[in-house]
Design a protein around this ligand. Structure first.
Ligand SMILES: [Fe+2]
Ligand SMILES: [Fe+2]
Length: 290
């Protein structure tokens, strides 16, 4: 019997992602939103977490109304980082007066972030969105914290590998100056399962997916990952970065890699070749149970 609080059953539903399956009534866009439903043994109440909100309020609203949980069932909204393809749908929930949830993110999520490749393109949400969140509902965390039984926020993810470097062109504003942005607000969720294995859920994995897994292994003192799920942001990566990532992933005991959103086709082809049936690519509407 585990001494740690654990999730008895974890269901993940990909509510929004970049790919659609034929005939799905759900809409897709470049973005990510995942519903995590945790049930427990004993008489503990289940917990529903909305991990990221996709890029647009209308799409989140449509997919929630079509196949999502009622907004009143959402206990926690977790934002993996500021980018608009993960935070753009938030206003749909803030405008929903029946919804009551805690919103959890990193304290640096409210900084202004820009892509400078073609002028100053703001990549975060409308700055006003932060003012619409009731103060008591916003929890900003930078350390690993257990937010529900067996469910952990990773806190800031240390950058340790050589090959997982911040992206060029990304800047933030500091005292009127543009300085390189290192995605300091990037965080993952960790779910500790009954067998002590972890499920790691990541938004874009801007800290590097190998760094993300390493941090979870160290902090949770586990070797075994039941699954690593999410966007790995290798969409613009060169083949050498992808092969270093593949080699780095192979060093961990990961039972299943489930990728989509900004992972990119080239990286997914590498993973399919290296990990065979242990790799799956997700589409909007897909469900996984652990
Ligand atoms: Fe993304
Ligand atoms: Fe991102």
């Amino acid at each position: 019997m585990s001494e740690h609080p654990v999730v008895h059953k974890l269901q993940l539903k990909i509510l929004i992602s970049d790919r659609t399956r034929h005939g799905s009534p759900l809409w897709s866009e470049h973005g990510l939103s995942v519903v995590a439903h945790c049930t427990y043994s004993e008489d503990r109440e289940p917990v529903t977490i909305l991990f990221d909100t996709g890029a647009s309020a209308s799409l989140l609203r449509h997919n929630l109304e079509t196949e999502g949980p009622p907004t009143t069932d959402i206990d926690t909204v977790f934002l993996s980082h500021c980018h608009r393809d993960h935070t753009g749908g938030l206003s749909a929930l803030l405008d929903d007066t029946d919804a009551t949830f805690n919103l959890i993110a990193h304290p640096d999520i409210t900084r202004r972030a820009f892509n400078l490749r073609e002028g100053m393109k703001e990549v975060g949400p409308e700055p006003e969105v932060w003012e619409k969140i009731p103060r008591g509902n916003l929890l900003l965390l930078r350390e690993p914290v257990q937010i529900h039984p067996g469910v952990w926020v990773s806190g800031s993810i240390p950058r340790e590998t050589e090959f997982e470097r911040p992206r060029p062109n990304m800047y933030t504003l500091s005292d009127g100056r543009l300085i390189p942005d290192t995605d300091p607000d990037d965080m993952a969720l960790w779910f500790r399962l009954r067998d002590e294995g972890l499920v790691v859920l990541t938004g874009c994995g801007h800290s590097g997916i190998v760094n993300t897994i390493r941090h979870a292994a160290e902090h949770m003192e586990t070797e075994h990952f039941r699954a690593v799920v999410g966007g790995f942001h290798l969409i613009e990566a060169k083949p050498d970065r992808i092969s270093s990532t593949t080699e780095g992933l192979a060093k961990f005991d990961v039972q299943e890699l489930i990728t989509g959103h900004c992972t990119g086709r080239t990286a997914e082809d590498f993973f399919a070749r290296s990990f065979g049936e242990s790799h799956n690519a997700f589409c909007t509407g897909d469900r996984y149970q652990f």
